[in-house]
Design a protein around this ligand. Structure first.
Ligand SMILES: Cc1ncc(COP(=O)(O)O)c(C=O)c1O
Length: 450
């Protein structure tokens, strides 16, 4: 099994990316190692950007910095025309360091401290999407102190009351925390109208946007609201921000129910489906249906700029993680392949995230055995992949794990191991170190002795 696109296999049977032998790369930079394909990164950005701008004249693609906050990655995206979506003081810092000016940054997130708002407003951030009345008043106060009028949007919670479904959840708080009304994200539609009315009286604010996330549900609530605000409240919005959530495919999120279902499949002699691939979203048709919906929904309203906030779609498939097999252990009737990258580098949202794996030094070999790839951490769930078919593997082999570009570097921890380095590969096969491997002393960098 090999990766697609710019990957190849050289004479030694080694996996290459833009002609660079990935096994040799591991010898030079050690493992684990993140490798970013600059071509793929730019291609993903251009794809989502042109999918929208081919159909609509005013579009801002605001890259969600938190999905991968590596400076070089952010810088590449900036140089290729991205705007940035930030959600913390750290994100703002990264975006500014990567070269985004305040006018190219929009600020989201359910908790924006006064200090962070001061930074944002003094850096002339283009838009702050507020999520509560406390925040609304805070932005107004900080803008007043700084003597400016700040452009704001309102984040609307697009979810409906769960109705009968709320009785199906054993834990109401967890359901609310995720989405639904009553979660901490944004205003309900009802609250939003009263918040807009309050905001019209606050003299340091300009109401310019409404926003919701993820895009799948956002247009349904934002368009009627935009019409209502225009016709009945006299508010003309400059931006319609439909959030992110564009599924890049690739990594598959597997929950406990999927594991149980798969276990039962195997019990009755069916093949495991855990390692199956997810299809890549057809972003062009997604953009087409969104833009059609927006054009129709606007009716006679002036055309706003559409803001989209993709993260995973841009970065996920652009990164791979190279890891070395430490040893292979047979236990309990399973084959456990122990590698030097753990889930501290691939923190997950589901119980397991299955990614496609290739054996970089045996790239021309056919899969022949079912294995479980596990990391070096001491907790039970340190699974990289379960029930995946690979060529016969042994100690020292290099595995290449696909779709590791989003929520990996930015969410990784130093639990048990310093974090790995990262390199960028361009179309000519030039390799550039974009993050140095950490040493144990880096982990202790801010610690003090008694
Ligand atoms: C407000 C907001 N915008 C954008 C994103 C990026 O989402 P994705 O990477 O799924 O496109 C997120 C992710 O959770 C988000 O919360």
């Amino acid at each position: 099994m090999i990766h697609e696109n710019s990957f190849g296999i050289d004479k030694k049977g080694h996996l290459t990316l833009h002609g660079v032998n990935l096994v040799e790369l591991c010898e030079k930079y050690d493992t684990p190692l993140f490798v970013f394909d600059e071509v793929k990164l730019i291609e993903n950005f251009n794809r989502i950007s042109s999918a929208f701008s081919a159909l609509y004249p005013k579009v801002m693609v605001c890259y969600s910095i938190k999905t991968n906050n590596n400076l070089a990655i952010c810088q590449t995206l900036k140089e290729n025309g991205a705007y940035a979506e930030v959600a913390s003081e750290l994100d703002i810092h990264v975006a500014l360091r990567a070269g985004f000016g305040g006018e190219n940054i929009i600020f989201d997130g359910p908790m924006k401290s006064k200090e962070t708002l001061k930074t944002a407003i003094s850096k002339q951030i283009r838009l702050i999407n507020v999520e509560s009345l406390t925040e609304l008043n805070r932005v107004n106060a900080v803008a007043g102190e700084l003597g400016v009028k700040q452009a704001i949007g309102f984040r609307i919670n697009p979810f409906k009351e769960p109705g009968i479904f709320k009785y199906l959840s054993l834990n109401k708080l967890v359901t609310a925390a995720y989405c639904n009304l009553g979660s901490r994200f944004g205003f309900s539609i009802k609250e939003a109208y009263s918040a807009v009315q309050q905001a019209t009286k606050l003299k340091n604010l300009k109401i310019e946007a409404i926003m919701a996330h993820p895009y799948r549900v956002s247009t349904k609530v934002l368009l009627p609201m935009m019409r209502e605000l225009y016709r009945n409240f006299g508010v003309e919005l400059k931006y319609l921000n439909i959030g992110g959530g564009f599924n890049p495919g690739g990594a598959r999120f597997i929950g406990n129910n999927d594991l149980i279902k798969d276990f039962l499949r195997r019990k009755i002699g069916l093949k495991s489906k855990l390692a199956e691939n997810r299809n890549i979203t057809n972003i062009e048709s997604v953009a087409k249906s969104i833009v059609n919906e927006i054009k129709q929904g606007l009716e006679d309203l002036p055309e706003p700029t559409i803001i989209v906030e993709p993260g995973r779609f841009i970065t996920s498939a652009s990164g791979i993680l190279l890891t070395r097999i430490d040893h292979v252990k047979n236990a309990g009737g399973y084959k456990w392949v122990m590698v030097d990258a753990g889930t501290n580098l691939l923190p997950r949202f589901g119980a397991i995230e299955q990614r496609k794996i290739s054996v970089a030094n045996k790239a021309s070999k056919q899969p022949e055995e079912e294995i479980n790839v596990v990391g070096p951490l001491l907790y039970v769930e340190d699974f990289i992949n379960l029930k995946t078919f690979l060529p016969k593997v042994s100690e020292g082999d290099i595995l290449s794990i696909s779709d590791c570009g989003a929520y990996t570097i930015s969410r990784s921890t130093q639990f048990l191991h310093p974090r790995p380095g990262a390199v960028n590969l361009d179309s000519n096969g030039n390799v550039k170190l974009i993050r140095e491997r950490e040493t144990p002393e880096d982990v202790l960098y801010k610690d003090k002795t008694i």
